[in-house]
Every structure is written in structure tokens, then in C-alpha cells.
Design a protein around this ligand. Structure first.
Ligand SMILES: NC(=O)c1ccc[n+]([C@@H]2O[C@H](COP(=O)([O-])OP(=O)(O)OC[C@H]3O[C@@H](n4cnc5c(N)ncnc54)[C@H](O)[C@@H]3O)[C@@H](O)[C@H]2O)c1
Length: 251
């Protein structure tokens, strides 16, 4: 019977480790004794993970050279968590090809290429978690349409790689967070308030009203689900898309 921490050994590569959910995953894994390669383009933001004993890797995942450095560093890791992500809000009819390319470069291409080129080197029985979003299941926030489509792509590629790696027992799952208190969420609230011409308090109240549990969540709650999915307790879960959204979508 497993009564201790869920993941205690091995090495994890965590992207987006300078802030929010990725940072919380890196800190939780370090606290449990896992070696962590903490990847982000925000060098200063990696200080917390580094202070906890993680190895910082400053790299831009939108850039081919940056991705290659991360792929080289991540060869043979036991866990891969793709938490780096970007969002840009606009009225849906104003999105440009450049917006689509910028968002897809991090949210889709980097996730695909890290899974492919790190995943093939991971030991049999290892695990990958990708960060999708509840927006992949909603059409209500039109200002995040490009982001939502990129997070829908994450669900598809999670299933494809889950199938591809299943013969080696490598599991690939996706988490769909709802409203988690991170710098990205602050950016979403600021942008929505500006685009809709209402106050920050009004938009925060409106958004909270869509959550049946009536609250946002901490990055560490999200890290808890991610670490469960990495752990042997999730050994029979692969190709899954698990919402963590206080009941916002309920599927
Ligand atoms: N916070 C939420 O409510 C929420 C909801 C749904 C999904 N998500 C997803 O969860 C993941 C983590 O989100 P978060 O809220 O912690 O975001 P965040 O903005 O707080 O942190 C994301 C991190 O990714 C890094 N990053 C972005 N682009 C990068 C690049 N090109 N190269 C390297 N690093 C890069 C940023 O520097 C940052 O440290 C994202 O994929 C996000 O889309 C978050």
C-alpha cells in the first residue's frame, strides 16, 4: 500500500517553472525528493525553483534553438510536465496570422516537439502531463479564441502521444485548469476588463459566478493533480483530459 508522497524519485523536466502552475509543480516535486530541470524564458522567475534545488534552464520555447537546448537537457527524464503557455486576448475578429503563430509556437509546437523528442528517450513506464485549459471546452470567452483552439489541440496531441507511447508504458495525460490564481490569470482579468469596458472587480465577479464551487484555485492545488498523474497511483490512466475547474465545465 502506498501511503507516502506520490512521486519521490527520478528526474522531471518542468516547463513554465518560473511562475504559476509550473513553478508550483517544480517546488512540489523538489519537496518530494525529485530532481527537477526547471525551464522558462524568465530567468529571474526561476530563482525560487533554483533555491529549492532545481536546475534552471533559461530557454525560449518559441524559438528553435531554445527548444533544442531543452530537448538536449531533457534526454532520459522520468517525468515531463509541459506547463509553459501564452495567452493573448482580442476581439475574435481582430486576431492576425502573427497572433496565431505566436500562441501556437508555445502552446502547440513546443508541446509537440518536447513530447516527441524527449518522450522517445524517456524510460519505459515514465509519465507526461500537458497543460490544456477549460477554455478547450467552452466557447463563451470569445476574446481567448486562439488560445482556446491551441488548448484544444493539446487534447488531441495528448491522445495521439498516449497511443504512440502506450506500448512502452509511458502515460500521457492532460489537465484542464479553470481559474487558477497565477500571473496569466491576472493578465486575463486585466485584458477582459479593458476589452469589455468594465472594472476589474466586475469582471472578477462575473467570472467567479461561472464557477459552481464559487472560488478560484491555487497553483499548488493544480500541482497536486499533476503530481498524482505522474505517480504510480495513476498507472492505469493515459490519454485522459481531466478538468480541474470547480465544476465550470463538468465534462
Ligand atoms: N492560470 C489559469 O487559470 C490557467 C487556466 C487554464 C490553463 N492554464 C494553463 O496552465 C499553464 C500554466 O499557466 P499559468 O497560469 O501558470 O501561467 P503563467 O503565465 O503564470 O506561467 C507560464 C510560464 O510559462 C513561461 N513561458 C511562456 N512562454 C514561454 C516561452 N516561449 N518559453 C519559455 N517559457 C515560456 C512564462 O515565462 C511563465 O513563467 C499554461 O499552459 C496555461 O495555458 C492556466
Amino acid at each position: 500500500m502506498n501511503t507516502g508522497p506520490l512521486v519521490t524519485t527520478g528526474t522531471a523536466l518542468v516547463t513554465g517553472a518560473a511562475n504559476g502552475i509550473g513553478r508550483a509543480v517544480a517546488l512540489r516535486l523538489r519537496a518530494q525528493g525529485v530532481a527537477v530541470l526547471a525551464v522558462d524564458r524568465d530567468a529571474a522567475g526561476l530563482a525560487d525553483a533554483a533555491a529549492a534545488g532545481a536546475t534552471p534552464i533559461v530557454a525560449d520555447l518559441a524559438d528553435a534553438a531554445g527548444r533544442q537546448r531543452v530537448i538536449d537537457s531533457g534526454q532520459g527524464v522520468d517525468y515531463l510536465v509541459n506547463a509553459a503557455g501564452v495567452i493573448r486576448l482580442k476581439p475574435i475578429l481582430d486576431f492576425t496570422a502573427e497572433d496565431i503563430r505566436d500562441i501556437y509556437a508555445v502552446n502547440v509546437e513546443a508541446v509537440w516537439l518536447l513530447m516527441s523528442h524527449i518522450g522517445r528517450s524517456m524510460p519505459d513506464g515514465s509519465a507526461i502531463v500537458n497543460l490544456s485549459s477549460v477554455s478547450a471546452r467552452l466557447a463563451t470567452t470569445q476574446e481567448t479564441a486562439v488560445y482556446a483552439s491551441s488548448k484544444t489541440a493539446v487534447l488531441s496531441i495528448t491522445r495521439s502521444f498516449a497511443y504512440a507511447f502506450a506500448p512502452r508504458g509511458i502515460r500521457v495525460n492532460a489537465v484542464l485548469p479553470g481559474i487558477i490564481d497565477t500571473p496569466m490569470q491576472d493578465n486575463v482579468l486585466d485584458s477582459l476588463a479593458r476589452l469589455r469596458g468594465i472594472s476589474l472587480e466586475q469582471i472578477a465577479t462575473l467570472r467567479l459566478g461561472t464557477v459552481p464551487l464559487g472560488r478560484t484555485a491555487t497553483p499548488d492545488e493544480c500541482a497536486g493533480l499533476i503530481c498524482f498523474l505522474l505517480s504510480p497511483d495513476a498507472a492505469y490512466l493515459t490519454g485522459q483530459a481531466i478538468s480541474q475547474d470547480g465544476g465550470l465545465a463538468m465534462w
